[in-house]
Design a protein around this ligand. Structure first.
Ligand SMILES: NC(=O)c1ccc[n+]([C@@H]2O[C@H](COP(=O)([O-])OP(=O)(O)OC[C@H]3O[C@@H](n4cnc5c(N)ncnc54)[C@H](O)[C@@H]3O)[C@@H](O)[C@H]2O)c1
Length: 382
């Protein structure tokens, strides 16, 4: 992916980003107002029946439009609702969704539709992966985070008391429909949080896209053409990483830039959205990953500063002190990181960077090095 090439191919007014995965290949369609076309797009997959999994907030805004669009094309639908928020990625909600899918007599030719943010996508996706040993899934992501990240790539799952996303499955969707106008109703805080994942793609391997973000972030948040471009560019980056390494045996792990820190911070904040949402944790995690890389002598200070300045300009947190209510101690965070699934043989794996757009996987980072860095971060002046 480079930022000087035009966005992905057009498809009936929408941008189409293919995810080339052989017999599991699918398209991501991106554009304003696409929800009205969802019925036609889903009917073309040959489904006659569907269940729509959504949270109460999203359903009140978009379910009627989706149900009507499906009905127009003769696709039946049953609604399954969960409460909004991370707490719905639980065993209880999973059982509720699986039972409701079975009660709706959804069979292997039918479809589960995830209408919502990453929480709904991960939960409904996991249910689709395991009910009747797998039914087809369509993702209709309605947050920026879900449009640029969680709806693409097939990772699904729920949280355990041992940590986030520890119980799950790979289950690729058959189609992703990203209606960028749905983001108009998203709370500004959630929009900004999702933007952290957009920035991440530039930081991983596309310095030109990061520079584009520095110049165009306001358009992305306010819903101009820049938004569709940023979603498409991000999806292209994610699709390419997933196509190279579907099950994260290799460099798909680069997509976890900032996430080892982020997951520990979310845990420290008790998964309490009032304190910290996932994308905000990612913003702090990205800034930490670059400062850690700088501290290790890998990354120029000016690049670490640029990352922090950009995230701050957008209004995203970048420091441990920015987490409302605090986030424990260095020892506590280290312990939380050790619980994270990105730990192999007791050694910590981090995604570090030699500069903006030059990230790499660093295995076996000594815990003591991380401890010293975190202690410094707790006491660092802003
Ligand atoms: N599977 C993956 O690859 C992957 C990648 C990144 C993150 N995730 C997961 O995604 C989850 C976070 O997702 P999220 O940030 O989308 O949060 P979310 O799903 O909780 O949505 C955030 C809030 O926005 C509301 N909302 C959603 N769409 C809306 C709209 N269009 N208008 C108004 N309100 C709307 C929701 O009701 C919710 O209250 C985390 O659980 C994280 O672990 C998964």
């Amino acid at each position: 992916m480079t930022s000087d090439s035009p966005p992905a191919a057009a498809h009936g007014g929408a941008i189409r980003v293919p995810v080339p995965l052989g017999e599991r290949a699918y398209d991501i369609l991106i554009g304003r107002g696409l929800l009205a076309e969802a019925g036609a797009l889903i009917a073309s997959l040959g489904a006659r029946r569907s269940v729509i999994v959504s949270d109460e907030t999203v359903a009140s805004l978009y379910a009627d439009r989706l149900i009507a669009s499906l009905a127009e094309r003769g696709v039946g639908s049953t609604m399954i609702m969960v409460p909004p928020g991370e707490a719905s990625k639980s065993y209880e909600s999973l059982a509720h969704v699986c039972d409701a899918v079975l009660a709706a007599r959804i069979e292997r030719g039918d479809l589960v539709i995830a209408l919502g943010g990453g929480v709904v996508g991960d939960l409904a996706g996991f249910a689709a992966a395991i009910v009747r040993r797998g039914v087809r899934l369509v993702q209709i992501p309605t947050t920026l985070l879900a449009q640029v990240d969680s709806s693409v790539g097939g990772k699904t799952g729920i949280n355990s008391r041992h940590g986030k996303n520890l119980v799950g499955a790979f289950h690729q969707p058959s189609l992703v429909i990203a209606d960028t106008s749905a983001l108009d109703t998203l709370a500004p805080r959630e929009l900004k949080a999702g933007y952290a994942e957009v920035v991440k793609y530039g930081l991983i391997d596309d310095a030109a896209f990061f520079a584009w973000c520095e110049d165009n972030w306001f358009g992305v948040l306010s819903g101009g053409e820049e938004r569709d471009f940023a979603v498409a560019r991000s999806c292209e980056a994610k699709a390419a990483a997933v196509a190279r390494d579907e099950r994260e045996d290799g460099d798909r792990a680069l997509l976890n830039l900032g996430h080892t820190f982020a997951h520990a911070l979310e845990r420290a904040a008790g998964y309490d959205a009032a304190r910290l949402v996932h994308g905000e944790a990612v913003a702090v995690g990205l800034a930490l990953a670059f400062r850690f890389s700088e501290r290790l002598g890998l990354c120029p200070r000016q690049d670490a500063n640029r990352v922090e300045d950009h995230l701050n300009e957008v209004g995203l947190p970048t420091r441990l002190q920015d987490v409302p209510g605090g986030c424990g101690s260095a020892e506590w965070l280290l312990d939380a990181m050790a619980q994270d699934k990105k730990v192999k043989d007791g050694a910590l794996t981090f995604i570090l960077a030699r500069g903006i757009g030059q990230s790499f996987i660093a295995r076996a980072v000594p815990t003591d090095t991380v401890r010293k860095f975190l202690v410094g971060e707790f006491y660092a002046p802003r």
